[in-house]
Design a protein around this ligand. Structure first.
Ligand SMILES: [Zn+2]
Length: 104
């Protein structure tokens, strides 16, 4: 599946996106790609890989203070927590299990 927008990102920042990162998006919602800077920006900004319902995988950076990621093509708003919620839940469950085991 070719995505010109994502390919443009790879070329602009010389940052190839791996197969693993592509599949990670399905599990954790978004994947951190690194800090990049564009001409005119005052500093580097965190970029994330995520899924747009209309365009598939795209890369963007959080806008405003609410960490909103937007598809560069259709501006669909995707608001995700910085940390993967699935893993946090699993972590909490594991901690609880460990606590229970210690008490026995
Ligand atoms: Zn889109």
């Amino acid at each position: 599946m070719g995505n010109l927008e994502l390919r443009a990102f790879e070329i602009e920042f010389n940052r190839p996106i791996t197969k693993r990162e592509r599949s990670m998006v399905n599990i954790v919602g978004k994947v951190f790609l690194g800090n990049f800077i564009r001409p005119g920006w005052s500093g580097e900004i965190d970029f994330y890989l995520f899924m747009c319902d209309n365009h598939g995988l795209v890369a963007d950076y959080p806008h405003f203070h609410s960490q909103i990621l937007r598809c560069p093509l259709c501006q669909d708003r995707i608001n995700k927590d910085p940390e993967p919620t699935i893993c946090q839940e699993e972590l909490d469950n594991l901690k609880k299990e460990l606590r229970d085991m210690e008490q026995k």
